[in-house]
Ligand binder design. Structure first.
Ligand code: NAP
Length: 336
């Protein structure tokens, strides 16, 4: 799975590393997973790259845990719908034959190792977590990012693994629910309630006082119920919403690639002023305030991390194979 069986592929060609943030010499190498071309999980390999040093306004985080998200797999395989009007633009932006930023990974939880000039919010030793967004780069031992990135202090009651697990789903579900004006919705249906975004969406929607129905497959009914869903529907057994129930908000948390007869029916089960939103409708934003909210909710036991499996960095190919199945429950965490 990894090229030389040792798990480490030496990569001394600094100029070949398109990720300029990782080309600064800071005295020691770091372990990272690189993706030099688009393809199956096996295109990922472990490499030794130069440890980055924080620039002005940046913090350098020693990563303890990251996560393999559906977005990472999508970029690794360049799995974007060919009909998309922006497909050529995506390719030019993300990279023509492989990702311009060869270190994938969006989520990080770790300790601030050093800070650059003018950094005021963080200091070495702070435990932090967050998301890098289009900058990627978290399948590595170190990552430098602006102190104003989507990064917050990690409370001590939260483990690094939990922090890595709640970030992606928590941020993206938080953004989508707000876009769907969740505060005005009494009856909410979450289609795909057992994935990273779905498990977070169920828990966040419950906080608003909404009555929440979660849709998932048989094996995940108990999980979704345990997250607070008032009702669960099994899309492998039900083809339509035949209870006559109408929803103020239907959120498709798995996206346009995954469907069922029930999903089509959910779309129609809206009240007159109801709203339907797919996680694939437009670009999602990550906002620091949503992580602060997750800190509060977790502290009071109203939100929890859903971790399906944990792998190590040198098992990244296995982790991607698993996430590629499209059936993970919640989140897949990587111990760095
Ligand atoms: N537009 C954007 O900017 C943006 C950004 C980030 C993510 N996304 C998209 O958001 C989607 C969701 O991400 P995620 O990480 O939450 O996904 P995920 O964790 O990979 O989703 C896994 C879940 O999908 C469920 N599933 C599989 N087939 C299904 C079906 N036919 N109907 C209902 N559920 C099904 C599985 O549950 P069961 O086993 O119970 O079926 C599993 O729990 C991804 O497709 C991602 O690309 C979009």
């Amino acid at each position: 799975m990894v090229p030389d069986g040792t798990g480490i592929k030496k990569d001394n060609d600094r100029n070949a590393d398109a990720d300029t943030k990782h080309t600064r010499i800071a005295g020691r190498p770091m372990k990272a997973v690189v993706c030099r071309k688009y393809g199956p999980p096996e295109v990922l390999s472990l490499a030794e790259l130069e440890k980055p040093a924080p620039g002005k306004g940046q913090v350098c985080v020693k990563i303890v845990a990251t996560a393999v998200t559906a977005s990472d797999c999508r970029v690794r395989a360049f799995r974007f719908p060919m009909w998309h009007p922006m497909i050529l633009m995506f390719r030019l932006i993300i990279g023509v034959t492989g990702p311009r930023r060869p270190i994938l990974g969006l989520v990080l939880a770790g300790e601030v190792e050093s800070v650059g000039e003018d950094v005021t919010k963080f200091k070495p030793g702070d435990q932090v977590y967050g998301m890098t967004g289009a900058d990627f780069g978290t399948y590595a031992e170190f990552k430098c990012l602006p102190e104003n990135a989507c990064l917050v202090k990690k409370p001590s009651f939260m483990s690094y693994e939990e922090a890595a697990a709640v970030t992606y789903g928590g941020l993206l579900a938080g953004y989508c629910l707000e876009k769907g004006e969740i505060h005005r919705r009494k009856k909410v249906l979450i289609y795909g309630a057992s994935g990273a975004i779905g498990t977070a969406a169920v828990q966040l929607a419950k906080q608003t006082g909404a009555e929440v129905t979660g849709v998932c497959s048989t094996a995940n009914l108990d999980l979704v119920e345990s997250l607070g869903a008032d009702m669960v529907i099994d899309y492998t057994r039900e083809d339509r919403i035949d209870t006559g129930e109408r929803y103020d908000f239907v959120f498709d948390a798995v996206g346009k690639d995954k469907s069922s007869k029930l999903k089509v029916s959910c779309r129609k089960a809206l009240t007159r002023s109801g709203k339907y939103l797919s996680v694939d409708d437009g670009m999602l934003k990550s906002r620091t305030e949503d992580l602060h909210k997750i800190n509060e909710l977790m502290e009071s036991g109203r939100f929890r991390a859903v971790i399906d499996r944990t792998y190590t960095l040198d098992q990244i190919v296995e982790a991607h194979c698993y996430v590629d199945t499209g059936r993970k429950r919640g989140n897949v965490v990587i111990d760095v």
